[in-house]
Design a binder for this molecule. Structure first.
Ligand code: ZN
Length: 399
């Protein structure tokens, strides 16, 4: 028998997220005015050789740059977008087109122990960008590379390598495109070397610099580039995208768009957080109900389901339980006012509180903490959860 169907059990595997396999203009959320401007520049053959896409985090500067690059190179582009299917578009979508070059901030990692530079991380970069459809930020990139607390930067080696590449002929005879992501991470010597390149641009090469903090950019770099100010995404577009891409309800999408302030990453984060919380609440509630009913065989099914969650989620579920247990102390001491939870969770917590008493509180909390330690040490989750449940059956009945 399977554990009673809980829609949230599959959430973390499926996330009902529709992954896009293209990064064309149609896949860029909002930003219609900028798209029109970029499209017009190609149509009128007025693509500046160096542009600076400047604007706040999470607004889709990189997806715009990628869609633009693809539009420039696609031999079958329409009035609106690249074709998305030709060999050029296919290579662009996988970020493997030989005339598409990237410079990105990097740092020392376990893999690259000295002299980091973009070329050494291109495999990771492609994976990370494609997976996130171009909506990324530096902290996500650094944690993907596992650079720990180090700050990423672009070294003079990056500039030297770029110089070599742009001085070669384009592989496919068309334009070469250079995307410099987070240009403010260039060290001064890197920027100066790049500056020479921008002053005497090689033929048929388009530079797209992406930056968020213009104060950190050298003034000379700014003066050598055409500024494209990319604003935050409009709330209506964020709302629509949340419904279409993440399958959010209109209400969920509206709430998340309100807090996101035009930042797609913040919007996704807020959806994940509320879904996570809902998941932990529902799961913990169901689990405790099984313990109250002393439903042994269902507990075994439950634990076997929990096994499929992955260690991080198992730990978070136990952490959530620990919070509810500690809150019980507040409820029992007439301090319910200081418990900040959504209504449904608070109501459950209030009903649960009388079963946590001075006589069993320390033992229950201790068991949850112990379970967390065992999960961290790679213990068998099914055994840990079954064992904890059987002990809870006894403890919850304690007078
Ligand atoms: Zn194409």
């Amino acid at each position: 028998m399977n554990y009673p169907e809980n829609p949230y059990f599959c959430l973390f595997n499926l996330k009902n997220h529709k992954h896009l396999d293209s990064m064309q203009f149609k896949d860029v959320i909002g930003q219609s005015a900028i798209k029109q401007r970029l499209i017009a520049s190609v149509r009128d053959s007025h693509v500046p050789h160096a542009q600076l896409f400047l604007g706040p985090e999470g607004n889709g500067k990189l997806p715009l740059a990628l869609a633009f690059a693809q539009y420039i190179l696609c031999p079958n582009r329409s009035e609106m977008d690249s074709c998305g299917v030709c060999p050029t578009c296919q290579k662009m979508q996988k970020l493997v087109h030989p005339d598409l070059h990237f410079v990105v901030p990097t740092a020392i990692t376990k893999k690259v122990k000295k002299d980091p530079e973009s070329d050494l991380f291109m495999e990771e970069w492609r994976e990370f960008v494609v997976k996130n459809e171009g909506y990324i930020d530096t902290s996500g990139w650094y944690s993907f590379l596992d650079v720990e607390n180090k700050q990423g930067y672009m070294s003079v080696r990056d500039a030297a390598s770029l110089l070599r590449k742009v001085n070669m002929k384009a592989y496919e005879g068309g334009y070469k495109i250079v995307i410099i992501w987070m240009a403010e991470k260039m060290r001064p010597d890197t920027a100066n070397k790049l500056l020479k390149l921008l002053e005497e641009p090689p033929e048929k090469t388009v530079f797209i610099l992406i930056a968020e903090d213009q104060d950190q950019l050298l003034a000379t770099i700014r003066s050598r580039t055409v500024l494209v100010k990319v604003p935050s995404i409009d709330a209506a577009s964020v709302e629509t995208a949340l419904q279409q891409r993440l399958g959010c309800t209109p209400q969920q999408a509206h709430d998340a768009a309100m807090v996101a302030d035009g930042n797609w990453l913040t919007a996704c984060h807020s959806i994940n957080e509320s879904e996570d919380r809902k998941f932990f609440f529902t799961t913990f509630q169901q689990w405790m109900r099984l313990c109250f009913r002393a439903a042994y065989s269902e507990i075994i099914d439950f634990s076997s389901n929990i096994k499929t969650l992955g260690r991080e989620k198992q730990k978070e579920l136990l952490d959530y339980g620990l919070r509810i247990i500690r809150n019980a102390l507040l409820f029992n001491n007439n301090l319910a006012d200081i418990v900040l939870l959504p209504d449904d969770e608070k109501k459950f917590n209030a009903n649960f509180a009388p079963f946590v008493k001075p006589s069993n509180l320390a033992e229950i909390a201790g068991l949850f903490e112990e379970a967390i330690r065992h999960i961290e040490r790679n213990g068998n989750a099914q055994i840990i959860f079954t064992d904890l449940s059987f002990k809870m059956i006894v403890l919850l009945k304690m007078k």
